[in-house]
Design a protein around this ligand. Sequence first.
Ligand SMILES: [Zn+2]
Length: 150
Amino acid sequence: MQKELGIQEQVFGGEHHTGRAARPLWTAMKRGLLGRCPNCGEGKLFRGFTKTVETCSVCGEEIHHHRADDLPAYLVIVIVGHIVLGAFMGVEATSDLSTWQHIAIWVPLTILLSVALLQPVKGAVIGLQWAFYMHGFGGEKDGTETHHGA
Ligand SMILES: [Zn+2]
């Protein structure tokens, strides 16, 4: 006995009520992570270290809608904090380095990791916002957020 259960596949980012196609969240985030356009995966996402392009040079997707703001920085702090703190505690417990030796290792490592992660994390955040049609990515005017002022 088989019965149609009518379970719909859950598609993240899908907005069936608006008729807009679901955008693949993980694909978009992965493309952003690699510094690529979330829409086509070909065009460059950044034209500076953390400065994004206005539009994708390959598919023309408008990138400037993103509102990543400080979120990438917060995420990087959380990620790097866990990596460095965990590594520090591991080394601390298994070696007898001096305080200065610890500082010489962990301070540069923290800075290097933060710099290395900032662009990929920002790209992933933009990919997420794009996939969810957040801000202006859905094509409508983004007029609900006024906290930025002017
Ligand atoms: Zn593109």
